[in-house]
Design a protein around this ligand. Structure first.
Ligand code: MLT
Length: 259
């Protein structure tokens, strides 16, 4: 489905009935990464997934957007769907967008799930890496970005033994246009540090991390859990960065017991 909000077309899915759960995807993927969660959780909850601007079937622009712009799209879409308060689940870049969302619209957040993400901004080396990757995205397109990202997104074991999952992740990346990837990289490089926000997060928060996550290692999750007053941390064995796809049952179980 698509909605025209904030002057752009945003693709989303809205399935099931009950308490709303809103899922925000990672870089450089799309809402398709939440399929195992939609399938299970929509039996009991209203599950909304969104292609953030520049991803999947949503409109893509080449402009200097920030992660706050992504958060405002989410807000406008939820108004359009008549959702007042929700549980928000963000994985990695989705988590960065949630920090922006919480800064802007704290009253809309009933509970938070921060998966495989971090509160710190990029350091200088990290920013330089984003710029270099943006050049690669322009010059070589999303196929090269997929080659670079897959070993960061999935654990070595998954890359070696789960051809199906590797293919699925690759196809999500190939489906994104280079300008969208570049805008993500610049927006992530410019994002503010959210460490001082952590002590201001007052809602119940679940923090999930794949034990083998190399992109946002478990130490980042412990850091957040120590500073958010009502935080619970769940580490998922045998999972890398995309813990929801690598171990969907464990991820869903963590979510269900939190909810
Ligand atoms: C993601 O999965 O969204 C990215 O790894 C985030 C990042 O590059 O910082």
């Amino acid at each position: 489905m698509k909605a025209h909000v904030n002057r752009i077309h945003l693709a989303y899915t809205d399935s099931g009935k009950g308490q709303p759960l809103v899922f925000l995807h990672a870089f450089p993927l799309s809402q398709l990464m939440w399929e195992p969660q939609v399938e299970t959780l929509s039996k009991q909850y209203r599950v909304i997934t969104i292609d953030l601007r520049g991803h999947g079937e949503s409109d893509t622009f080449l402009w200097n957007f920030t992660l706050e712009d992504y958060a405002k799209d989410v807000y406008e879409l939820l108004r359009h769907l008549n959702v007042q308060q929700a549980t928000f689940i963000g994985l990695s870049m989705g988590g960065y967008v949630l920090f922006a969302y919480y800064r802007l619209f704290p009253n809309m957040v009933k509970t938070l799930v921060l998966a495989d993400t971090r509160a710190q901004a990029d350091n200088e080396e990290g920013k330089a890496g984003r710029l270099a990757m943006a050049q690669t995205a322009y010059k070589e397109g999303s196929a090269t970005i997929a080659d670079m990202m897959i070993p960061k997104l999935l654990s070595a074991k998954t890359v070696e033994h789960r051809e199906d999952l590797v293919k699925q992740v690759r196809s999500m990346i190939l489906n994104n246009h280079s300008p969208g990837i570049v805008v993500d990289l610049m927006a992530m490089a410019a994002r503010p540090d959210s460490t001082s926000l952590l002590s201001k997060i007052t809602c119940p928060t679940l923090i999930i991390v794949g034990e083998n996550d190399v992109a946002t290692p478990p130490s980042e999750s412990h850091y957040m859990a120590e500073r958010i007053s009502q935080a619970t941390l769940v580490a998922i064995p045998d999972a890398g960065h995309l813990s929801n796809l690598e171990q969907p049952d464990a991820f869903n179980q963590a979510l269900e017991s939190f909810l």
